[in-house]
Design a protein. Structure first.
Ligand code: FES
Length: 190
């Protein structure tokens, strides 16, 4: 079974898992919007950006060690999305590093650029992950001083669905849910 380290915690996981799945199975949370354990991966919200590194190998293919005998870790220059990055033995993940947290805060700032921020009258009535993340994973300020883009509101898409274009962050979870649940029902129930 592969072993990976997430923010200093050693985790034994199973082959084929992604970083976010391995973290989730071990009771750790990496911030995310578009990922759901029961749905396919879209990787489009970018909220789960983390630093990822692998043990450095010498020309003989052996893992290099530092003076204390620990593996030397070589981190990818760019952050990776935890929901679409498969784990491999010896991987080291930093979800709480300064670089990762800064990226998560930048994503929140971006997602809220056109958001109406009318929380007191929103239908979600405080049950809102975006609001929760705005407290936990954002600087609480925006550098955007242009006019907000106004999208269509209250579009009735069916007996149980009302779409609000200003509140949608285009994570595609609702689309994948309806598509994939429909397929599941056709294959397994009908
Ligand atoms: S949760 Fe990974 S990109 Fe959305």
């Amino acid at each position: 079974m592969p072993h990976i380290k997430i923010d200093g915690h050693l985790i034994e996981t199973s082959p084929g898992k992604t970083i976010i799945q391995a973290a989730y199975d071990s009771g750790m949370q990496i911030p995310h919007f578009c990922w759901h354990p029961e749905l396919t991966v879209a990787g489009n919200c970018r909220m789960c950006l983390v630093e990822v590194g692998m043990p450095k190998r010498n020309q003989q293919g052996e893992i290099e060690k530092d003076e204390s005998g620990n593996d030397v870790i070589s981190f990818f220059p760019k952050l990776q999305v935890a929901c679409a990055t498969p784990i491999s033995e010896g991987m080291v993940v930093r979800a709480l590093s300064e670089k990762a947290v800064e990226a998560q805060e930048a994503v929140m700032e971006f997602l809220l650029i056109n958001h109406p921020l009318d929380c007191p009258i929103c239908d979600e009535a405080g049950e809102c992950k975006l609001q929760e993340y705005a407290f936990k994973h954002s600087k609480g300020e925006s550098r955007f001083d242009e006019q907000k883009n106004h999208a269509k509101k209250r579009q009735v898409w069916g007996p149980n669905v009302m779409f609000d274009g200003e509140r949608c962050i285009s994570c595609s979870r609702c689309i994948r849910f309806t598509k994939e649940m429909e397929q599941f029902w056709i294959i397994h129930i009908l």
